[in-house]
Design a protein around this ligand. Structure first.
Ligand SMILES: *Cc1c(COP(=O)(O)O)cnc(C)c1O
Length: 230
């Protein structure tokens, strides 16, 4: 299994390089987030040993076990990328480097209060519901600017950019349109918010398309760790 992990990881890195070459950007400008949700601690450690530093988690209890077990790795970075309920903000404020799914002021208020003083401000990405699907989390496209203006005032949060989960479709023209729209919004907001530097979009199936459309963080689970059971 570790050997297969290293092969898969190398393949993902190769795809990333190729996609960056095609888009004429340096591959060092695109962050690879290894989505380790539901994976065991040893898989995360094996991936860390291959050089990976940023890991994405969706489920709090599952994540906390790994964060605790790997606390001695002081340059490992944890990104919370799942839906966050307001009664679970404290654990995110205390244990993560990034929250990528912010879309409610109430959650921001709590995180701002709960972020421990001994840690740097919590980095946040604002989630946009770019496909406008009712079952999806995230702000409408038109609400983003006003929301960011409010978030900016929280001293213990650092507004770092936008995130979206595109529609679950193989239709490239639909995806391209949604990613393009995200990129436009990102560039617009970037002129207003000084620390805005991440546009997180693209997963295992569509990372090339996302990079072509300006993504600078791709979130890859399956193609690194293999298929999940859930
Ligand atoms: C699970 C997940 C991913 C990774 O998806 P894969 O298809 O396994 O690469 C990326 N982003 C979010 C928000 C996820 O929940």
């Amino acid at each position: 299994m570790p050997e297969r992990l290293s092969q898969r990881y190398q393949q993902v890195q190769n795809r990333l390089h190729e996609a960056c070459n095609k888009a004429f950007i340096a591959h060092s400008n695109v962050r690879l987030l290894a989505v380790s949700k539901t994976q065991p601690t040893h898989a995360v450690k094996a991936c860390y040993d291959l050089g990976q530093r940023a890991f994405g988690e969706n489920y709090l209890q599952d994540a906390l076990v790994k964060i605790k077990a790997l606390a001695h790795l002081d340059d490992i970075q944890w990104h919370f990328i799942g839906p966050l309920q307001s009664n679970k903000t404290k654990a995110v404020a205390e244990n993560f480097n990034f929250l990528e799914t912010l879309s409610r002021i109430k959650i921001a208020e709590k995180l701002d209060k709960q972020r421990p003083r001994y840690l740097a401000p919590l980095n946040v990405l604002v989630q946009i519901n770019i496909s406008n699907e009712p079952q999806k989390e995230g702000l409408g496209f038109e609400q983003a600017n006003e929301f960011c203006a409010q978030i900016q005032h929280f001293k213990r949060l650092k507004l770092r950019g936008l995130m979206c989960i595109a529609q679950n479709t193989r239709d490239e023209s639909v995806l391209r349109k949604q990613y393009k729209k995200m990129n436009t919004l990102f560039n617009e907001l970037k002129t207003q918010y000084s620390e805005f530097d991440y546009l997180s979009m693209g997963m295992s199936n569509d990372m090339e398309l996302a990079i072509e459309q300006g993504s600078n963080e791709v979130r890859i689970g399956t193609d690194i760790f293999g298929k999940r059971n859930n």
